[in-house]
Write a protein that binds this ligand. Structure first.
Ligand code: ATP
Length: 462
């Protein structure tokens, strides 16, 4: 035994590939040293498993890389005399690795084989499943066979998992949420089955919001979120059309931005580069968005909203739903009709809609309002100039872009063939009304908040 008492061993010498290696538990990480040199350091978040059996010690860890983190598992040995110490050491490692959560989550997994570049199945088999197995999670997996397959299953399945893992872009998440919301026990299903997305789609907007711009496409880090993340409240938007009700967790759009998304589905093979191609094409066309809109406004002064956002962030108001922006509970406002010609409207519940577009920088989880950006008719040059900084939410400062917090809005299309995008999925071009329902769903999150680098400073649109 290198140190510690009978209850806790925080340092252990093992033999790995014939050489002695020292494993030690620091307050923030598991440290690996060899020949007096630091070999590796794994934050506790990235430690998946530690166990000892007789003289063998097995560790499974996620090695963080900016490009793509990866699973590392190894088995080392200890001497007979160190067996008891090895057991205590691995127990101590597990206590640190799972401080706020229970290990061995039961995961109900859905894989979209056609999302994004169409690599969902191989990513699942080669990268995701080994990580869940290394963390000793229970897994029950469906590779979807068609659109709406996941919706049909989630509508009826038993609620016996700790988390629903979705390998796809945002489209399959939309299906799963709608499946849960259609159940007779929808409230319980949405409250007790948090979602955990793994990025194998094109935009992967939800993952970018949960893990940030750098790690948002990192499959291994998204797996760790499924294994250890904590549920964070999400508002849902109820979208009512004459023929149907749909639940939207992320966004609704018409006009230029809907055309960028829905008009580039045949370019899925490009990954998220497809959105830039679509944007340049729509910029060239610069069509007006044929709608009339009515909104119920909660806040509309950009500067005040930015200040409110800053104070919400700094007060650490995180996993709990907040009381509405500017301290006002919603449901007091009147309907206001918007009459200026517009290029698009984009409404949403999360800051990023893609890695290079933080459309709703002022969005905070569970605030009970919808962020609504309305781009009035403007020049191609203005929109082109807005590309630089759009990944940091800077486009909200374009003077002709209105930004509202609303509790509800109504849209009446003036044509019958325009794109209506709900969570990136195509819906009928019919009038619709959107209302927000606070904190109805849950999503796993490492931090309890959206991860963004919005500065709250207007860098160029004075
Ligand atoms: N097996 C399947 N065959 C055909 N379509 C499917 C299947 N499974 C799911 N779908 C549909 O695939 C569509 C696209 O899914 P997804 O959102 O995962 O990918 P994406 O659009 O490339 O990514 P993103 O939404 O991040 O841009 C969804 O409409 C979903 O309903």
């Amino acid at each position: 035994m290198d140190s510690g008492d009978s209850e806790m061993v925080s340092r252990l010498t093992v033999t790995l590939a014939g050489s002695p290696v020292i494993l030690s538990a620091s307050p923030s990480a598991l440290v690996v040293e060899q020949n007096g040199k630091l070999k590796a350091k794994y934050t506790w978040w990235n430690v998946l498993w530690a166990e000892s059996y007789e003289t063998r010690v097995t560790l499974s860890l996620i090695e963080y890389h900016k490009e793509a983190s990866k699973l590392v598992s190894f088995t080392a040995t200890v001497s007979e005399a160190e067996r008891a110490a090895a057991l205590l050491f691995t127990q101590y490692v597990m206590e640190n690795a799972y401080k706020d959560t229970k290990p061995r989550r039961r995961l109900r997994i859905f894989v979209n084989p056609v999302g994004g570049k169409g690599k969902g199945t191989s990513i699942y088999l080669e990268r995701v499943k080994p990580i869940f197995e290394a963390a000793h999670c229970g897994i029950d997996t469906t590779i979807t066979e068609r659109a709406h397959h996941a919706l049909e299953i989630t509508r009826d399945m038993p609620l016996n998992a700790d988390c629903i893992v979705v390998l796809s872009g945002d489209g399959l998440l939309h299906e799963v949420i709608n499946g849960l919301a259609e159940r007779p026990d929808a409230e319980e299903a949405l409250a007790t089955m948090p979602l955990a997305p793994i990025p194998t789609g094109s935009a992967n907007g939800t993952c970018v919001n949960l893990l940030g711009k750098i790690d948002g496409f990192d499959v291994a880090m998204a797996c760790v979120n499924a294994i250890k993340g904590r549920p964070m409240k999400l508002d849902l938007c109820l979208v009512t059309q004459k023929s149907s009700r749909t639940w939207s967790f992320m966004s609704q759009a018409m006009g230029l931005m809907a055309d960028v998304d829905l008009g580039t589905e045949h370019l899925r093979w490009m990954g998220d580069a497809r959105f830039m191609v679509g944007f340049l094409r729509e910029l060239w066309a610069l069509k007006r968005c044929p709608v009339t809109m009515e909104i119920k406004v909660v806040a509309e002064d950009k500067e005040q909203m930015v200040q409110q956002w800053k104070s919400t962030r700094s007060s650490g108001e995180r996993t709990r739903a907040t009381n509405g922006v500017l301290g006002k509970p919603p449901s007091t406002s009147e309907w206001v009709t918007l009459d200026k010609p517009i290029l698009y409207f984009y409404a949403g519940k999360m800051p990023y809609v893609a890695r290079d577009l933080m459309q709703f920088p002022l969005s905070v989880p569970g605030d009970g309002t919808i962020d609504l950006a309305i781009q009035e008719v403007t020049s191609r040059w203005t929109l082109l100039k807005a590309i630089d900084g759009a990944d940091r939410g800077q486009q909200i400062y374009i003077p002709s872009q209105r930004y509202y917090k609303v509790e509800a809005y109504r849209v009446t299309p003036l044509v019958d063939d325009a794109n209506v995008s709900i969570d990136g999925e195509k819906y009928p071009c019919e009038p619709f009304e959107v209302q927000v329902r606070k904190g109805m769903a849950n999503i796993m999150s490492p931090s309890g908040s959206f991860v963004t680098d919005f500065s709250g400073i207007n860098e160029k649109w004075k």
